[in-house]
Design a protein around this ligand. Structure first.
Ligand code: GTQ
Ligand code: FE2
Length: 373
């Protein structure tokens, strides 16, 4: 008996479809046997008029994520093989795969007091964002980097890294990686390092911050651009102040925000001014109280985490009231509108650098109804 063909062709009835005759069915069975697929039965799915993401808008609540991560902290050890106590957000439109969007991995990771996540490296680009807590140092190529509330910690592909909780309290944070993109591109390599994080010191500032963390100042020993940022921590105090100053300048009569009441910054690579990582764009957005953004849709996917405040988020046909820690996904070409109540702080990451480099980026802004009226 021959193995069944993985190809299955369904005759359609729409425009441009041939008449369904026994001869046609026989032709289609011939295609299936020879592993051939005609364009005319697939064109609507493969070449839509605009992106039709299989991913769905979805919001994961911090009040659901954190208790489950805590329970995993009780039941699941961290060690060689499993590597990380990281729990990925699985988009409901993507067949249960651990992908928040077709290109993006987003996870909550959890470390108990004095626990070590073993050293490894991989081609996938990664970052951590800390919505609350402290006590973990991520050790990147031997450089221990403190992780504290509001900090953004990029970690480019192929750098050795492990995490170490030096404190007496557990800590949770979120990870973003380009795992799905590299999975579909078949570009992934992975290596184990030592089983234990070697440098368990806990310096206040990493060597990378001591070299690179001075605004507008570049060491003359490092003038070559690097594809990923050499700065391993972007501290909350800087992000917070940059956003506060944008809103203050706007209030003082300078048009310093991206739109009224909406301040935003992008984390950048100090050697290029471009994105911190080759495949991931990361930003922080702050809406002043009672602000509504214009509707925005763009090619590519993004994931947000609410840092502080409350508001209402609309993505395509979905709408949620969001608060601290909640995470939501905006699939490609779905319109996003944000409304703050008493203010809203949001961390965002997206696959935009990939799309820009391939010249597939596109953005469409729809003014809010208030401005229309
Ligand atoms: O912390 O090194 O969420 O390698 C997924 C893969 C975290 C990590 C994730 C990883 C890591
Ligand atoms: Fe990793």
């Amino acid at each position: 008996m021959s193995t069944p063909s993985p190809v299955s062709i369904t005759a359609g009835d729409g425009p441009g479809q041939p008449e369904r005759t026994p001869e046609l069915e026989e032709l289609y069975r011939g295609f299936e046997k020879e592993l051939l697929v005609p364009l005319w039965t697939e064109i609507g799915d493969l070449m839509p008029h605009a992106p039709q993401s299989k991913a769905l808008p979805h919001c994961w609540r911090w009040s659901d994520l954190l208790p489950l991560a805590e329970r995993a902290g009780e039941l699941v050890p961290v060690g060689r093989g499993g590597e990380r106590r990281a729990i990925a957000l699985a988009n409901p439109g993507l067949d249960g795969r651990p992908f928040a969007a077709p290109t993006l991995w987003a996870a909550i990771q959890y470390l108990n007091p004095r626990e070590d996540a073993p050293v490894h490296r991989h081609t996938q680009n990664a970052f951590r964002f800390v919505v609350e807590g402290e006590g973990v140092w991520t050790v990147v190529n031997g450089d221990p980097v403190a992780m504290r509330r509001g900090d953004f910690l990029p970690q480019a592909g192929w750098n050795w890294h492990g995490h170490h909780n030096v404190s007496s309290t557990p800590m949770a944070w979120i990870d973003g990686l380009d795992i799905p993109f590299q999975y579909f591109a078949d570009s992934t390599f992975f290596e184990f390092g030592p089983d234990e994080v070697e440098d368990t010191s806990a310096p206040d500032r990493s060597r990378s911050e001591r070299l690179w963390g001075h605004p507008g100042l570049r060491p003359l020993t490092h003038l070559q651009p690097t594809p990923s940022t050499p700065l391993l921590a972007y501290r909350w105090e800087h992000t917070d102040r940059a956003l506060a100053e944008q809103l203050a300048l706007e209030a003082e009569g300078y048009a310093a925000t991206v739109e009224p009441g909406h301040a935003a910054v992008r984390y950048t690579n100090p050697t290029t001014g471009g994105d911190v990582l080759p495949t991931l764009r990361t930003e922080f957005h702050r809406l002043a109280p009672g602000t509504e953004t214009a509707g925005r849709r763009e090619v590519g996917s993004s994931v947000f985490q609410v840092f502080e405040g409350t508001g209402e988020v609309t993505v395509g046909d979905a709408s949620w009231r969001v608060e601290h820690g909640d995470m939501f996904v905006v699939p490609s070409w779905q319109q996003l509108t944000l409304r703050s109540e008493a203010g809203l702080d949001l961390f965002r990451f997206s696959d935009t650098p990939v799309l820009e480099r391939l010249h597939q980026d596109r953005v469409e802004i729809t003014p809010t109804s208030k401005e229309n009226a």
